[in-house]
Design a protein around this ligand. Structure first.
Ligand code: KG4
Ligand code: ZN
Length: 347
């Protein structure tokens, strides 16, 4: 197989990113550069991503991001074989900015264009980082995603289940907000949980009575709110220990539910008789030590390997888009100037 050098663009949520990835033949792919401009500060006052602000920031930053990615890789547009861009799912203004930027580059240079599903980018990351073989099981857990994917090929994903309401990262962020902890909530709640007793407060384990791989996290938030209000009513204030105990109980509930549903997803996956069974995780929540440990233990029960790519490649980035572009390009995929930006695009 030929050497491919692909520029990737990502702008579907609150990160503007560009990256260059190269793969020579069957060798492991190499990230030549990966630039991410986050927008956390831009949205911090609003308690969530504001689509209009995000779209404008993407439009303003994309060109600079591309220039920096090329410069960091010590390349020019002439050295590229293709341009890959997230064409959905995501916030439509941001996705459109990225698609327009990619089309502009392709129109000016004649380079081929490849539209990539953002979720496919996450799901293919273990192949970029570790070159693992198909099929593998992927658990995507972040502030926006929560799903089990059986990954069979660059364009063959079976969704085994996912959240029916909030994503786990969202639940961590809301928990932090309810307890007066800083954002993003995940790391703050994890730090508190270390000092707490997970058995003091009772949290539900939603949907465990159902045999499927679906999850639910909104009930945890309700339980937390109720217990916090109870304490405030009883003692007219919540102590540091109360807060730590609630974080510990909440985190243990999330880890328990993810562990049990992962056990079920693994059963379905292992029925395919993979040669080298692997459970891979991606997304910001995969940074949580308690959750990671629980998932690793579940994988170990069946002798399944456990893989968590470096955090910078688990969260939104363009290297995963460039790499997915390489895989799709090798499969002969080329998009035209009519490539559409799709706000919704299930795998
Ligand atoms: O993948 P990501 O950076 O962005 C998307 O949501 O797409 O994930 C961010 C989410 C946030 O909700 C954050 O609170 C959560 O990941 N997170 C964590 C931890 N670190 C980040 N959740 C639990 N424990 C952590 N240590
Ligand atoms: Zn993402």
């Amino acid at each position: 197989a030929q050497t491919l050098t692909v520029l990737g663009l990502e702008s579907s949520c609150d990160d503007t990113a560009a990256a260059v990835v190269r793969q020579s033949g069957a060798d492991r792919a190499e990230i030549l550069s990966s630039i991410v401009f986050g927008q956390t500060e831009l949205h911090s006052a609003y308690g969530g991503v504001v689509p209009e602000l995000a779209a404008r920031a993407h439009a303003e930053k994309l060109d600079q991001c591309v220039r920096e990615a090329l410069a960091a890789a010590d390349l020019t547009l002439e050295n590229l074989d293709a341009v890959a861009v997230t064409s959905g799912p995501g916030l439509i203004g941001g996705v459109m900015s990225g698609v327009m930027c990619a089309k502009g580059i392709c129109a000016a240079t004649g380079l081929p264009l490849v539209g990539i599903n953002h979720l496919a980018g996450h799901a293919l990351t273990p192949r970029l980082t570790d070159g693992i073989a198909f099929p593998y099981l992927m658990l995507l857990v972040s502030g926006g995603h929560c799903q089990y994917l059986l990954v069979r090929a660059p364009d063959d994903f079976v969704r085994l289940g996912g959240t029916i309401d909030d994503a786990p990262g969202e639940a961590f962020d809301k928990t932090a907000r309810l307890l007066g902890l800083p954002q993003p909530g995940g790391p703050a709640v994890q730090a508190e949980a270390l000092k707490g007793d997970p058995r003091r407060f009772r949290f539900p384990r939603p949907l465990l009575d159902r045999a499927d791989c679906n999850l639910s996290f909104s009930g945890l938030k309700t339980a937390l709110l109720r217990q916090r209000d109870q304490i405030v009513a009883d003692k007219s204030g919540i102590t540091r220990q109360d807060r730590a105990d609630m974080c510990a109980g909440f985190q243990e509930a999330v880890a328990d539910v993810l562990a049990e549903k992962t056990r079920r997803a693994l059963r379905i996956y292992l029925a395919e008789n993979p040669a080298e069974p692997t459970l891979a995780v991606a997304g910001g929540v995969a940074a949580n030590t308690a959750i990671r440990t629980a998932l690793e233990a579940v994988a170990g029960e069946s002798g399944t390997g456990f893989l968590a790519p470096p955090l910078a490649l688990c969260t939104d980035n363009a290297a995963m888009i460039a790499y997915a572009g390489i895989e799709r390009f090798r499969d002969g995929v080329r998009d035209g100037m009519d490539l559409a930006a799709r706000p919704r695009w299930p795998l």
